[in-house]
Design a protein around this ligand. Sequence first.
Ligand code: F6R
Length: 245
Amino acid sequence: MNLIVHENYDEMSVAAAERIASIIQERPTATILPATGSTPMTAYADLSRMSDAGLLDASQVRVFQLDEYLGLAETDFRSLFAWTLRSLVAPLGIPRDRVRNLPGQASDPDAACRDYDAAIEAAGGIDLAILGLGPNGHLGFNEPPSNLDAPSRVVELTPESITSNGPYWGGTDRVPPQALTAGMSVIRDARAVLLLVSGEHKRSILERTIRGEVTPDCPSTWLQRHPNVTVFADRAAAGYLPSDN
Ligand code: F6R
C-alpha cells in the first residue's frame, strides 16, 4: 500500500481528482467502481470542473455502482445510485447506458448480485475502485466479517454503519438495515484501488487498515494484500503515519 498524505481535505481531493483523471486519460474506456459517502465528493466536484473546462473526456468511461440499500428504487433521491448519478455520472457526461446498477428493488437480490458479478467479468474487470473507509473498516458495504473472496451479495448492516449513515437519513431508525454490495472479490480483482480517507475520526481505522493484522474482522486490512493500492489521506486522518512520497 502506498500512503500519500496531504495537508488537508481540499488538497487531498485535488490530488485524487488528478489521479482519477490521469487514469481516464490513459484509458478513456476505463471501468470504475466509485464510492458515494462524503469523502470523495470534493474530488468528484474537481473532476466535474476539469470536464467542464474541456480538460477531461469521461464520456466513454464505464461505471459499476459500488453499493445500494436493499429496497430502494434507483429513482429514490436517497439511493446510492441516485447519489452516484448526480455527483459523478451526470457531471462527467457519462451516458446512463454505461452505468451498471446494483438493483435495490430486484425481486431476487441474490440472483441480481450474481448477474452483477458476471457483468463485471464480461466487461473485463474493474480498472479503478475509488473507495472510502468505513469506521469499522468496511469497503463498499463489505461489513466485518468479510472474506477476501466474498462475492457481491446482500449484507446486513452493522450497528456501526447504521450509526454512521444515520445523518444521511435523518436518524438511525430510518436507515435501511440491509444493502447490496460489490464483493471483496471485486475489489481484490480491481487493477487499481484508490482509498480516500479524511478526518481525525478515521485515524485509528486508517492505522489499522495499513498496519493492523489482516483479518476478515476489518475488511479494509485485506488491501494490504492488493498489489496496487494508493491511499490518499489528509493529515487529520494520517496522524503520524509517514507519507510514502
Ligand atoms: C459508500 C460506501 C462506503 C463509504 C464509507 C465512508 O458508497 O461504499 O463504504 O465509502 O462508509 O463513508 P464517508 O466517506 O461518508 O466517511
